[in-house]
Design a protein around this ligand. Structure first.
Ligand SMILES: [Zn+2]
Length: 343
């Protein structure tokens, strides 16, 4: 497939193409399953309409042409052999005639856990692919003999096969959630609670009315609540901050490489001098005063990279839905050039 991006491009292209092609066809297949550029379909409209359908598919794009293999009984698709048996589809493992089953040798200098996981992974794959007990047992026997030829202890193989066999197939076929390394899942908002801080002192109100780093943030437009796990204060740098108008609940997301305190001083100057920024305009509206400003730091970046900060800001603007007319952020964000690196 060439470069690492190639399958993604192919998927995007084929996804768009197949949608248009199928929608414009007078007859559609009963099932259409695609893996990148390999397609399995079931046709129920007879052979003459199938010819028309294949002609339609092949004339749809100037360079994308389909080759097809048609059978009323059985057909291979990826590593699965699909058989039509008494009106039901049965699946079994399909391996290429050139496959040498040259698995890692047990005597190889790999960590033991790597070698031990091989029999189970292979056996589990068979449980997923083979839909009938007969096909599964045949493949288990073949697997066992192939692994023994690669030096795997018989007991190790038997344990792995028994463990795989004990998993019910519907369970084995369930899609497993992929978690990328280093990827942290965001906590579900329905399980988080909102805690607004109370001012530490009850002295006469000073501007700003509140400037805190707190442990939750909430969108005033969609009500979603998010936990903040970062320890942020008005001295934190490279931050995303949230301004909430306590009069009408409109919100604004901003970013700064400076501290929240410094950025707030600048916002205050804009408001006091009605400088025409979206925040200044809002807090100069009728019935609004600077006392209605509530500002909190909600996110932080490890460095001061402008693009990352802009991306983070955009993320929060969308997440908390703070664009006009719901919030104070103007639709066109101040434009930074977008860097694209072609290789
Ligand atoms: Zn307001």
């Amino acid at each position: 497939m060439g470069t690492s991006m190639a399958p993604r491009y192919a998927n995007l292209f084929m996804g768009a193409l197949e949608g248009k092609m199928l929608n414009s066809s007078p007859h559609q297949p009963l099932i259409w399953l695609r893996y990148i550029d390999d397609i399995f379909l079931i046709w129920t409209h007879g052979s003459s309409k199938l010819d028309q359908f294949l002609a339609h598919a092949n004339n749809f794009h100037p360079t994308i042409k389909f080759t097809s293999e048609i059978s009323p009984l059985k057909i291979p698709f990826l590593d699965v052999m699909i058989t039509l048996q008494d009106g039901r589809l049965e699946t079994a493992l399909c391996s290429k005639p050139t496959d040498t089953f040259n698995y890692l040798h047990w005597g190889s200098c790999h960590p033991r856990h790597t070698k031990r996981s091989i029999p189970y992974s292979l056996a589990f794959r068979l449980v997923r692919i083979c839909s009938t007990g007969g096909a599964l047992n045949t493949r288990f026997a073949q697997l066992s003999s192939r692994l023994q030829k690669r030096g795997f202890p018989h007991k190790q193989i038997e344990l792995a096969i028994n463990k795989a066999r004990s998993t019910p197939r519907p369970q084995a076929l369930q899609r497993r959630k992929k978690v990328l390394p280093g990827h942290r899942e965001f906590p579900s908002w329905s399980h988080t609670t909102l805690r607004y801080p109370t001012p530490a002192t009850s002295s006469k109100p000073t501007f700003p009315s509140s400037i805190y780093a707190i442990d939750a943030k909430r969108s005033s437009t969609n009500g979603r609540v998010f936990n903040i796990t970062l320890n942020l204060s008005c001295h934190s740098h490279n931050i995303i901050y949230l301004i909430t108008c306590t009069k009408c609940n409109k919100q604004y997301i901003g970013k700064t490489k400076n501290s929240l305190r410094t950025r707030f001083t600048s916002h205050r100057f804009d408001i006091n001098n009605d400088r025409g920024t979206s925040v200044a305009k809002h807090f100069n509206l009728d019935d609004h005063t600077s006392q209605h400003v509530n500002i909190i730091a909600i996110d932080q970046l490890p460095g001061s990279d402008s693009i990352s900060l802009l991306n983070k800001e955009t993320h929060w603007i969308h997440t908390l839905n703070t664009t006009e007319p719901h919030g104070m952020n103007i639709k066109e964000q101040e434009s930074l050039p977008i860097c694209i690196h072609f290789k």
